[in-house]
Design a protein around this ligand. Structure first.
Ligand SMILES: NC(=O)c1ccc[n+]([C@@H]2O[C@H](COP(=O)([O-])OP(=O)(O)OC[C@H]3O[C@@H](n4cnc5c(N)ncnc54)[C@H](OP(=O)(O)O)[C@@H]3O)[C@@H](O)[C@H]2O)c1
Length: 299
């Protein structure tokens, strides 16, 4: 397959490009192709004639979404709709991403693809709008993949890195720090997500519409942080705190675990989050003598 990828420098984009595949990848930089330039998107699709377009671009810095919702809607909704339309007109499979933040968190068991989405902040609202817009113009050639708490080697530049690296940095700086114990999530490795995305688009029966793809299991950010500290053997204490579902003055879903029901029915599952975290830490930290030497390891 020939795959046009938008977002090559991001966590998921770079993980997709790191996989060994037989596919032909066309991966322009953001300077070469800005998703907000619909004319340029159409021209690029016409030029390369891909079988699939994977869009990992997003405006997903939450405080920025609250401050400038017009920017969030431009990238997460209007641009997604325009790309969906261009893909439909040229017969290209469109794969794009969304978030667990389309849910309000009132459930206490994993959200399936069939649960009603009722977002509670501008970011989630812009993502749900993007899902609806893409599916309204191209219901039969769009795959929307919702994921959660993504961490990849590159780190999300627009969010100031990824959660795992930021907690390791906290451990370098502090003997003790606080972490929220009031949000239950499905942290997901960008590498596992990339593998699952390819399995899905290669599957002859993938169909269209919304899929959930996350690592198995669930935990709070506090529990996830304790595992980072334990797996690396760091000499740091973490204290659980309850922020009452508020962080940075924004409402966040207190429970946003996703169930991969549609992908599982096709035989596509991701590893448990603990295995994914071990793989990430082993690859990024334990295999790098220079990084390892800097860490405050327990005696
Ligand atoms: N990170 C999470 O915790 C999380 C959770 C749930 C869902 N998701 C979704 O999963 C997807 C992948 O996330 P990620 O963590 O890989 O994101 P990321 O690391 O922030 O990467 C985003 C990529 O998109 C590019 N981009 C941004 N705006 C663009 C534009 N206007 N035109 C072209 N390219 C643009 C960025 O380029 P530059 O680097 O040059 O800006 C970067 O390459 C996104 O849809 C995201 O919202 C992420």
């Amino acid at each position: 397959m020939r795959i046009l990828l938008i977002g090559r420098s991001g966590q998921l984009g770079s993980s997709l490009l790191s996989l060994e595949t037989k596919h032909e990848w066309i991966a322009p930089t953001r300077c070469e192709l800005d998703i907000e330039d619909s004319h340029s998107v159409l021209q690029t699709i016409e030029k390369y004639k891909p079988d699939v377009l994977i869009n990992t671009a997003a405006f997903h810095n939450l405080p920025a979404c609250e401050k400038t919702p017009e920017n969030a809607f431009s990238v997460n909704c209007v641009s997604v709709k325009n790309v969906a339309h261009a893909c439909k007109s040229l017969g290209v499979l469109f794969v794009t991403f969304s978030s667990d933040y389309v849910f309000d968190g009132k459930k206490s068991e994993p959200y399936t693809e069939h649960d009603k989405a009722t977002p509670i902040q501008m970011y989630g609202i812009s993502r749900l709008a993007g899902e609806c817009a893409a599916l309204s113009v191209a219901p039969e050639n769009t795959l929307i993949i919702r994921t959660c708490g993504l961490y990849g080697k590159k780190g999300a530049a627009s969010k100031g890195g990824n959660f795992v690296d930021n907690r390791v940095n906290d451990a370098l700086e502090y003997k003790e720090f606080d972490m929220g114990n009031d949000q239950i999530v499905s942290p997901t490795s960008a590498l596992d997500l990339a593998r699952a995305v390819l399995s899905l688009i290669e599957h002859p029966k993938h169909g269209y519409g919304i899929y959930h793809l996350v690592n198995e299991g669930a935990c709070t950010w506090y529990e996830f942080t304790c595992s980072i500290i334990d797996f690396l053997g760091l000499d740091t204490k973490v204290q659980p705190i309850d922020r009452g579902g508020l962080s940075g003055n924004m409402r966040r879903p207190s429970y946003s675990v996703l169930a991969n029901t549609r992908a599982r029915a096709l035989g596509i599952t991701l590893p448990h989050w603990q295995d994914a975290l071990r793989e990430y830490l082993a690859d990024k930290y334990l295999a790098d003598e220079h990084l390892l030497a800097k860490l405050p390891i327990r005696d």
